[in-house]
Ligand binder design. Structure first.
Ligand SMILES: NC(=O)c1ccc[n+]([C@@H]2O[C@H](COP(=O)([O-])OP(=O)(O)OC[C@H]3O[C@@H](n4cnc5c(N)ncnc54)[C@H](OP(=O)(O)O)[C@@H]3O)[C@@H](O)[C@H]2O)c1
Length: 241
């Protein structure tokens, strides 16, 4: 019998992360729901289980070294390998009505907070989980980005903290892809954009459902061997950097 596939999804208690967890569970993955709030996490796990998923919760705040170390220690106890890590947890930071993170008046603490979660959070999780990923036959890493991070496309409102933090996440994705190509060519790492999704993040104003937004992350978390790495994509294909 084939070994059960396993995945960690960060920020999986709601929104796109929850839908990614559900999508991977639907493909037979045993899913670790990484979330920082105990109540929201356990509610999400219960809901996933009601839907037939094999899911369990892991307390995880990606902005904390200690929390990430503790979460991976729990995974290490419960799983013998990790097939996929989806770095979905993300924050935009406060935005003022009519002047969305104006670079001219940017609060540096907002910029710091976005980088801490959206960039350092992903790096923390990847590097800490790497030994578990290396025990998989086909490890996959997905970094949930946004087309607002595209320097070429310049799309969406001006968000001088959020958008550049995701641009850096994209840059880190390329660094990881290059590095893995040297010593871990089986590890595929990609950045994906879910599109404009109706979640708390967008005040539920997005045009896509969380399930639609999650689809590209699920696809890249389950890539076949020899699939793309170091790319930036959405449902429509490659996004220019
Ligand atoms: N919605 C869109 O249109 C859109 C478009 C492009 C990209 N994205 C990206 O998609 C990802 C998911 O966004 P979403 O729309 O699903 O937003 P969401 O509903 O606000 O969900 C964000 C998730 O991230 C979690 N999170 C935030 N900081 C965290 C931390 N330090 N540690 C652990 N978890 C943390 C949140 O947990 P709490 O519940 O505890 O706050 C929540 O589970 C984000 O990376 C976002 O940048 C979204």
């Amino acid at each position: 019998m084939a070994e059960t596939k396993t995945a960690l999804v960060t920020g999986a208690n709601k929104g796109i992360g929850y839908a990614i967890a559900a999508g991977l569970a639907a493909q037979g993955y045993r899913v670790a729901v990484g979330a920082r709030d105990d109540e929201r996490r356990e509610a999400a796990v219960a809901e996933l289980r009601r839907g037939g998923a094999e899911a369990f919760g892991v307390r995880l705040d990606v902005s904390s070294d200690q929390s990430v170390a503790e979460a991976v220690a729990v995974l290490d106890e419960r799983l013998d390998h990790l097939d996929a890590v989806v770095n979905n947890a993300g924050v935009s930071g406060p935005t003022a009505a009519g002047a969305l993170q104006d670079p001219l008046t940017l609060d540096l603490d907002v910029l710091r907070a976005d980088v801490e979660t959206n960039v350092l959070g992903a790096v923390r999780v990847i590097n800490t989980a790497l030994p578990l990923l290396r025990r998989s036959a086909s490890p996959r890493i997905v970094n949930v980005s946004t087309d607002m991070a595209s320097l070429a496309r310049r799309t969406g409102p001006i968000m001088a903290a959020y958008a550049p933090s995701k641009t850096m996440l994209n840059a880190m994705t390329v660094q990881y892809a290059r590095r893995f190509a040297e010593t871990d060519p089986g590890i595929l790492v990609n950045a994906v954009c879910p599109g404009f999704v109706a979640t708390a993040f967008t005040g539920f104003s997005g045009s896509r459902t969380a399930v639609e937004g999650a689809a590209v992350a699920v696809r890249f978390a389950t890539l076949p061997d020899g699939g793309p790495t170091g790319t930036f994509v959405d449902d429509g294909g490659t996004i220019p950097w």
